[in-house]
Design a protein around this ligand. Structure first.
Ligand SMILES: CC(C)(COP(=O)(O)OP(=O)(O)OC[C@H]1O[C@@H](n2cnc3c(N)ncnc32)[C@H](O)[C@@H]1OP(=O)(O)O)[C@@H](O)C(=O)NCCC(=O)NCCS
Length: 186
């Protein structure tokens, strides 16, 4: 059974396992050309600031198979979002789950939750040869520009409205129900 839901801070080991399962080319694409060794993936996961990041995971039978990571640059995740802020996102989907719209679903969710936290500028970086990511970003309204050998994606987000808040609420509730059904089926 599969579910898309927020990951708790205590579930970050699932992220490490997911990143280690990416095939070499996908891992290189995910980390902007660096072929990170397992120790470096471990160090990267340990370095994640949980107070400033949100993770939306796609889990299949409890294993993390895809994720959108959002890192808030100048705003903590919780609290009042009175000033427009900035955030960077990264996304990864394991090979067997690619090309079925999962990346699009995860990125669309990330855009809504960033908007609901008053993020005005959402960024991403990818390699110029990462055609899938560029296609995915454009589909989700992210503008791409080429800079210093990298592609920078930028989206200026509007302020939240009732629909974006309701969309996040419904998605969270569906994730919760799916998780309960999975738990009951185990
Ligand atoms: C980029 C990534 C997240 C996409 O995930 P996904 O689940 O396959 O994405 P989707 O299925 O939603 O969309 C992929 C799109 O790319 C298109 N695509 C597939 N191969 C392509 C190619 N060679 N060139 C251009 N577009 C391609 C698909 O047709 C699809 O577009 P469509 O929905 O309009 O048909 C996934 O490939 C991945 O994890 N890559 C490694 C990590 C990475 O590169 N992350 C980005 C840097 S942060």
């Amino acid at each position: 059974m599969s579910v898309i839901r927020y990951l708790a801070g205590s579930e970050l080991p699932l992220l490490r396992e997911h990143l280690l399962r990416l095939d070499p080319e996908d891992r290189r694409m995910r980390f902007g050309g660096a072929m990170l060794k397992p120790e470096a993936i471990e160090a990267y996961c340990d370095s994640i600031d949980r107070a400033r990041s949100l993770h939306i995971g796609y889990l299949v039978n409890g294993e993390l198979r895809g994720i959108a990571q959002i890192c808030f640059i100048d705003t903590p995740v919780s609290g009042w979002f009175d000033k427009p802020g900035s955030a960077e996102f990264a996304i990864s989907v394991e090979g067997p789950w690619q090309n079925s719209g999962l990346g699009t679903r995860l990125l669309s969710r990330a855009v809504i939750l960033a908007r609901n936290r008053n993020i005005a500028n959402l960024y991403m970086m990818c390699l110029p040869e990462n055609e899938k990511m560029k296609r995915l970003a454009r589909k989700c309204g992210i503008r791409l520009k080429f800079q210093n050998g990298e592609v920078i994606g930028e989206a200026g987000l509007d302020r939240p409205d009732a629909l974006t808040v309701a969309a996040e609420y419904v998605d969270t509730a569906v994730g919760f129900v799916d998780e309960m059904l999975e738990y009951a089926g185990r």
